[in-house]
Design a protein around this ligand. Structure first.
Ligand code: PEP
Ligand code: MN
Length: 341
């Protein structure tokens, strides 16, 4: 449930309610809004808890949260949230673009592409160092060396590093180098991993599982939010359908749907969502038009030579063109694209 405080309630009254919530065996989470403070009381439903809190001084009302995802829901927080990492700002009227190769492959490759995407206006640099590959015989990533190269690219460009972490035991290592921890589609329901990234306290980019429903997606986000880490971006990266002309099917209705049901920013990945370089820019534009708060796009200096996902990677020239087109769409909508330093 949510305890809605009266406008102008005092800190003492708020502290008292927090104490009462905890005495009832529930967890409290305070959300300070522009007009009033609300306090979420989370945990197993308790008889009499609603009545006990309703009588508190400064309390306007106590409302049950109907959505199964409590912390992610607009029932708890109406205003959209913004996630920030270095110059990358995603949400609340800011469109953040994260770009880079599928995998970090070499020093030259990542440093070159980082400069290119920064100059084209990206604010985040993507690149996998730990790669979840369908085949165990495919390139698995450069691991810690790849993370070090990403950190070097950040030092040269100021871009925020967005990189995947695949296992709870890797979270401390990846957190040492990353600005945003990416949880991949295959790991969306790896609950110990979600808790571990939440506890790391870094912003998280959570990708939708290819067969996950919206409720499953939001409940996965809830595992992260429950740790107290509220910096979560939801990423639509395409789902599996009967259709096979694209690698996955990219449902853009996800964007307005999530924005109506949650306050978390929504990022779209048109690269995995289509699996075809020739379709990426158009779907990126469409995502911006649909109101996406961010884009994550694969770009490679020489896609033909890429060690993973080259078929869906944009060339530097195609990426520049995509950015120019997305900028026009965002300007028409009054959205500001955040630009890398
Ligand atoms: C990726 O971003 O390179 C990736 C593996 O994405 P996903 O988890 O969406 O398949
Ligand atoms: Mn990829």
């Amino acid at each position: 449930m949510v305890v809605v405080m009266k406008p102008g309630s005092t800190q003492k009254q708020i502290d008292h309610i927090i104490e009462r919530i905890e005495q009832l065996g529930l967890r409290s989470h305070v959300i300070v809004g522009t007009e009033r403070t609300v306090i979420a009381a989370l945990g197993e439903k308790r008889d009499g808890a609603k009545q006990a809190l309703e009588t508190g001084e400064g309390v306007e009302k106590v409302v049950p949260i109907l959505a199964p995802y409590k912390m992610a829901s607009t029932e708890v927080k109406k205003e959209p949230s913004q996630v920030e990492a270095l110059g990358l700002k995603v949400g609340r009227g800011r469109l953040g673009v994260i770009a880079g190769p599928c995998s970090v492959e070499s020093r030259d490759q990542i440093l070159e592409i980082a400069q290119i995407v920064r100059e084209a206006g990206a604010a985040g640099l993507r690149g996998g160092a730990f790669k979840p590959r369908t085949s165990p015989y495919s390139f698995q990533g450069m691991k810690e060396k790849g993370l070090q190269l990403l950190a070097e690219a950040r030092a040269q460009t100021g871009l925020a590093v967005v990189t995947e972490v695949m296992a709870p035991e890797h979270v401390p290592l990846v957190s040492k180098y990353a600005d945003v921890l990416q949880v991949g589609a295959r790991n969306m329901q790896n609950y110990p991993l979600l808790e571990a990234v939440g506890e790391a306290g870094k912003p998280v980019l959570l990708k939708r599982g290819p067969s996950a429903t919206m409720d499953e997606f939001l409940l996965a986000a809830e595992y992260i939010l429950k740790t107290g880490n509220t910096c979560v971006m939801l990423c639509e990266r395409g789902i599996r359908t009967f259709e096979d002309h694209t690698r996955f099917t990219l449902p853009l209705a996800t964007v307005p749907y999530l924005q109506q049901t949650t306050h978390l920013p929504v990022v779209v990945d048109p690269s995995h969502g289509t699996g075809k370089a020739s379709l990426v820019a158009t779907m990126a534009r469409a995502a911006v038009a649909a109101g996406a708060d961010g884009l994550i796009v694969e770009v490679h200096p020489d896609p033909e030579k890429a060690l993973s996902d080259g078929f869906q990677a944009l060339t530097p020239a195609a990426f520049r063109q995509m950015m120019a087109e997305c900028r026009k769409v965002s300007e028409a909508l009054g959205i500001t694209m955040t630009v890398g330093k």
